[in-house]
Structure formats: structure tokens, C-alpha cells
Design a binder for this molecule. Sequence first.
Ligand SMILES: [Zn+2]
Length: 207
Amino acid sequence: MPSPRASAAQPPNSAPGSNRSWSRTCRLYEGRSLDIVTQAESIGSYGALISGDYASYTAASAMVETADKLTEAEGSLQQYLLLVGALRSLSRMEHGASLTLDSYLLRALSMAGWAPSFQGCARCGALGDHSALVVQVGGIVCDDCAAPGSPRLDKATILLLGSLLAGDWEQAESMPEQTRNQANGVVAAYTQWHLGRGLRSLEHVSR
Ligand SMILES: [Zn+2]
């Protein structure tokens, strides 16, 4: 089945409403499905800037597709606002497309009830410097809870994941490329696991 959202981040020539005000955008949300509003308002407002940069464009596509999947059952104003905020940030190139996308994904999944744990053990809650990643149970787990062969994350990566979740951009942007790449892989795995099906647009994200 073709996804209408896959084309949602196309250049906004055909998207109406690019001049609508923020408050009107919020009012319009009521009673409408997320994808209609997203296409008509958010992408229309930020699309021109986003579509001029390939990394931003693919990140935006992944965000919109994620938001759409998370609100398939029912619309969510919170999810909508999170998405619009992330798209706006992307259009202004505030933090880099990859970091913006990863932060958005972690927050959107948290909002949907799948908040990852990057501090205490995600299974038993034990505090400590854990490093084993088990996406199926929601993040980092202690050695007792870790299955043999669980991947281990660097401390810096765990710190970065926490920063992205919290929106601590200063710390996130201070992290080296290698750390960003490892965090990026974790976020992608976590997202794919919770959304059940592969996100097509996530595969095309330009990092
Ligand atoms: Zn544990």
C-alpha cells in the first residue's frame, strides 16, 4: 500500500496554508486526523526550507511517518506539537538533522508510552553504570538482567541518548561523531522494535 505520508515532505508547492499562523494551526488540529493537518500545515510551513537539504528532508520524512504510525488509532495534540516543533527546528537547522531526528524519535516514543531507560536498569530498576542494551525491555539493563551477548554501549553513548531524550542540546552537540553514530543505531533499533514494522523512510535517512 503506498503511504501518503512518504510524499508528505515533498516540496510544498501544492501544500496549502503555509502562511497560517501558529495558533490557527493548533485550532485546526481539533477533529482532524494527524496526516491531513501535517501535510497542510506543518510541512507547508517548513517544507521549503527542509526540502532544500537532503539530510533534513529524509529526517523530516522519517518524523512524519513515525508520527503517523504513533497516531494511527487516534490523533494526539501532544504528538502533533512535538512533530511541528521538531520540523521547525529542522527547518532552522538548529541542531543537525540526525540529532534532531533521534531526539524527536525518543520523545515521540516516550509520549506514546515507550519511554526508554538510559539510567536505571530498564527491567529491575537497579541503579548503577549499566551498559547492556536490550531494546525489547526498553533500554539499558543491569548485568543480572542482560541476556548473554547483549550489545554493550559506551558510557558516552548512554549519556548522549539521555541528552537527546531530555533535549540537552549543549551536551548532545559536544559528542564526537563515533558516539553519535552509536546512539543513532540504538535509536533506530528502538524505534523499529516499538513500531513493529519497518519504517521505510528511516532506511533512507541521510546521516
Ligand atoms: Zn536489572
